[in-house]
Ligand binder design. Structure first.
Ligand code: PLP
Length: 230
């Protein structure tokens, strides 16, 4: 039987061990529980076990879950981590707290224009195609500096650029997993050396969170290790 509470404890234990291996404080990494394909009851169970931040891949599914959990809205933080089409930006700007998957200026501009003024700024990450796979979404590393500068220049009361996100190609060994995460970290450092002040590296999933934490992840996005196989 799957127990979301004990799975959460185990993931947090893995994160703490990974932090201690590289001398990072355990509270320097935030756990984003990826609830895609699981129903509102699963989110409720995780929230009852102390989890606050949840990640959704599909806009419609995420919106439905946010609606179904409206009574818990103040206790939850909702992150969109999947592809975002232009015609869905308004609903996302109105309902989510974070978007990790910005890979075009047009998307960020629409989110800025559509973020309701009464809400805190929408927190944004740029998704980077760090492994260079043709099939994956995300901006090419060479194009990140220009996009980051343009997104950071959007009205800060509407959108706030926080950092970078990546979904590296799966790799079997810790060493091989670390390389793309290190590359994303280097890209963030280059942006900050160029004058930005970004604090977020969204990287690491169930299979590679140790490698991501070793290379500086500040948010790990974990689904199956918490909620079970999809
Ligand atoms: C599904 C998903 C995750 C979580 O993956 P698991 O392997 O289940 O931990 C993380 N990030 C993104 C973008 C995803 O789509």
């Amino acid at each position: 039987m799957v127990s979301i509470g004990s799975n959460l404890q185990e993931v947090k234990r893995r994160m703490a061990v990974a932090c201690s291996h590289v001398g990072r404080p355990a509270n320097s990494v935030t756990l984003l529980a990826v609830s895609k394909t699981f129903g509102p009851e699963a989110v409720r169970a995780a929230q009852a076990a102390g989890q606050r931040a949840f990640g959704e891949n599909y806009v419609q599914e995420g919106l439905a879950k946010i609606e179904a959990l409206a009574d818990l809205r103040a206790q939850l933080q909702w992150h969109l981590i999947g592809p975002l089409q232009s015609n869905k930006t308004r609903a996302v700007a109105e309902a989510f707290d974070w978007v990790h998957s910005v890979d075009r200026l047009k998307t960020a501009e629409r989110l800025a224009a559509q973020r309701p003024p009464g809400l805190p700024p929408l927190q944004l990450c740029l998704q980077v195609n760090i492994s260079g796979e043709a099939s994956k979404s995300g901006v090419a590393p060479a194009d990140v500096p220009a996009l980051a500068a343009a997104v950071a220049a959007l009205p800060r009361e509407r959108v706030r650029l926080r950092g970078l996100m990546a979904i590296p190609e799966p790799a079997a060994t810790l060493q091989a997993q670390r390389a793309p995460h290190a590359a994303l970290h280097a890209l963030l450092q280059a942006l900050n050396a160029g004058g930005l002040a970004l604090d977020t590296l969204s990287m690491g999933m169930s299979a590679d969170l140790e490698a991501a934490v070793a290379e500086g992840a500040t948010i790990v996005r974990v689904g199956s290790a918490i909620f079970g196989a999809r």
